[in-house]
Ligand binder design. Sequence first.
Ligand SMILES: NC(=O)c1ccc[n+]([C@@H]2O[C@H](COP(=O)([O-])OP(=O)(O)OC[C@H]3O[C@@H](n4cnc5c(N)ncnc54)[C@H](OP(=O)(O)O)[C@@H]3O)[C@@H](O)[C@H]2O)c1
Length: 447
Amino acid sequence: MRVLVLSDDRWHPAAVAREGLAPLAAQDFTFDWIENAADWSAERMAGYPLVLFVKSNNVSATDERPWMTEEVAAAFVDYVRRGNGLLVVHSGSAGYAEIPLFRALIGGVFNNHPPQCPVTVEPQFGHPLTVGSAPFTVTDEHYMMVLDDADADVFMITISQHGAQPGGWTRLEGAGRVCMLTPGHNVEVWLHPSFQALLGNALRWCASAKRSVFITGADRGLGFGLAVGLLEQGWRVFAGQYMPEWPELGVLARLHPGDLHIVPMDVTSVESARAAAQAVAAQVPHLDMLINNAGVTSPTNARTIREAQDYAEMHRLFDVNALGPLRVVEAFLPLLDRGALKRLCFVSSEAGSITRSYRNAWFGYCMSKAALNMAIKNLFNHLRPEGYTFRVYHPGWIRSYMSGEKNTEADLEPEEAAAYAIPFFINPREDEDRLALVDYQGNEWPW
Ligand SMILES: NC(=O)c1ccc[n+]([C@@H]2O[C@H](COP(=O)([O-])OP(=O)(O)OC[C@H]3O[C@@H](n4cnc5c(N)ncnc54)[C@H](OP(=O)(O)O)[C@@H]3O)[C@@H](O)[C@H]2O)c1
């Protein structure tokens, strides 16, 4: 997971946070650093799902001028409201009492601290943010806080001879998440195993606000429409790119910096699927939903059995349409396992329904979609008991590019087809324990 760290002020050199985050950098996190506020911009911040803020209101350690204007504060509020995360540690709460927007975003500010003394940090037992941590005592600046947000979820207190203080809280802002941890003046605090656990939990929690989805075959057609529609609904979209020469995803990425990530993906390649999962894991701690959309047909589909069959093409269709989704599910399961939604979506087709088959040819396409349906059923048998939910979908006849050029005769523009598909993919179903192939009009199809 990539995290943008803002650090370095007169009293808190960046070296402390750098040393304190080193063990986490060796695990799941990649930290990029801003130490001089002049290097900060709203655009740069938008490229990250999460900011770790450990900088009081100085440009840098050597330039004590304040840098946080109301305009900068408004950019932070906007950033979090869009579904990103902000973890504030120790000095990140100092120097902002007179910046109302930023103060309200954190939910409270530093007021003062006595000389360094033994401070006992008491994480609340059983709270999700405190898993793996236990009470500990360290020499630290005991931050005396003004907690403004009465609704903040305080999960940790700090105690010293000077009294008890809120030491850690979370709050929600729009679609995003904010967490405050007040200890951490000395590197010994950061490196304490309990504090490391708190930092790791807080980073993961803050980064998990926005729901995330991977879509295969997102260059054009339905996949592109799904990417546009889910972005509009506030999702973080990882768009599988198969056609780098096709321009639309690039344009979309410029419109949604930080929310649309283009990831190369050829569903016929295990290596490609694994590399894509790794690229996603470098950005976010988990994935909520996977949409297996990529699919192909063939110009030789229409040949009946009285003509020479094109078995090479049938192999290709099978490889993309039936085996492709399996490869992708296999590669992405670890990321989906860590998500709360655990939603697997498959764009199948009416052409895979054996009961209602009317065609006398189209062997490659129909057989590959019927095989896909069988693969989904077996996945369902295994993964439904683990909490996964499934969507199997016929999207209608789409004016897309399956024949190589845009089909202008079909019923639905790709964005219309996406508008039908998205509620089916993201909303709960009444009976998640029954697998069903459902079309864009809500009709269920027999297998
Ligand atoms: N169009 C319909 O009427 C219709 C009806 C029922 C079901 N469906 C299903 O809907 C899904 C989306 O199709 P669509 O109509 O949007 O077609 P589309 O416009 O052709 O979009 C499919 C995308 O997947 C890409 N793709 C092809 N091979 C791939 C691979 N190996 N790895 C990753 N991506 C690959 C395609 O690239 P290329 O263009 O280079 O092949 C294309 O960008 C498919 O599963 C299709 O079977 C479509």
